[in-house]
Ligand binder design. Structure first.
Ligand code: ATP
Ligand SMILES: Cc1cn([C@H]2C[C@H](O)[C@@H](COP(=O)(O)O)O2)c(=O)[nH]c1=O
Length: 209
């Protein structure tokens, strides 16, 4: 049994994370790896229940602090019940969003500060981190346009926040890549899906068996 790896795919709304997770899991399975695709908020029964609390309803449903705590609680359950058990079996775990979404959305754009949100992760998930975090980035507004044409029923509680909020989210992801360059890498998400998948595989080259 080879070592499992934990990879998170990050970025703003509609940049192609779900599309790329499907393609990446197929590419990794094609290399003989066992792969589990999961997501945040969610990925375990308890965390999926918290997902509904977080994404449904009015923007004012939760205070910024309560929102950050709910994300951290969902993540703690996801890590303990899904991610760590899979890694222990040698599975490659690919997560649609993880900690860096909380750092960018709640910490940077939400105004709580990156350090405060990282402290919640230290407590909730013992600072458990991905082996690699790949942040998909598109020119301003492009992801929102893709998401809008996909979602005929409108955005969720957080996706529907202002363009200024989402611009700060993008800036937050760039800060994380600067702060932790070995773990967090920005990937150009423009061009067709196959081209983007090739960029992702290249960025994982040193981890592949
Ligand atoms: N490379 C691409 N070029 C053009 N359109 C794309 C590309 N990749 C994905 N799309 C389309 O853009 C839309 C958003 O893609 P996707 O759902 O994968 O993004 P996401 O990052 O998972 O979104 P969200 O953050 O809202 O969950 C979908 O309609 C998808 O088919
Ligand atoms: C993990 C995480 C997510 N969010 C936000 C980002 C999106 O607006 C939604 C999740 O929706 P998706 O379609 O499944 O991407 O939640 C956040 O604000 N903080 C987080 O930690």
């Amino acid at each position: 049994m080879g070592a499992g790896r934990f990879i998170s795919l990050e970025g703003g709304e509609g940049v192609g994370k779900s599309t790329q997770l499907d393609a990446l899991s197929q590419a990794l399975e094609g290399r003989g790896l066992e792969v589990l695709v999961t997501r945040e908020p969610g990925g375990s029964p308890g965390a999926e229940a918290i997902r509904k609390l977080l994404l449904e309803g009015e923007d004012t449903r939760w205070t910024p602090r309560a929102e950050a705590l709910l994300f951290a609680a969902a993540r703690a359950d996801h890590v303990a019940k899904t991610i760590k058990p899979a890694l222990a079996k040698g599975v490659w775990v690919l997560s649609d969003r993880f900690l860096d979404s909380s750092l960018a959305y709640q910490g940077e754009a939400g105004g709580l500060g990156i350090d405060a949100v990282r402290d919640l992760h230290r407590f909730g998930s013992e600072d458990f981190l991905p082996d690699r975090t790949l942040v998909l980035q598109l020119p301003d507004g492009e992801g929102a346009r893709r998401a809008a044409s996909r979602d005929s029923d409108g955005a969720d509680r957080i996706g529907g926040r202002s363009p200024a909020y989402h611009a700060q989210v993008d800036a937050g992801f760039r800060k994380m890549a600067e702060a932790e360059p070995d773990r967090v890498q920005i990937i150009d998400a423009s061009g067709n899906a196959q081209t983007v998948t090739a960029r992702l595989l290249y960025a994982l080259g040193d981890l592949l068996p």
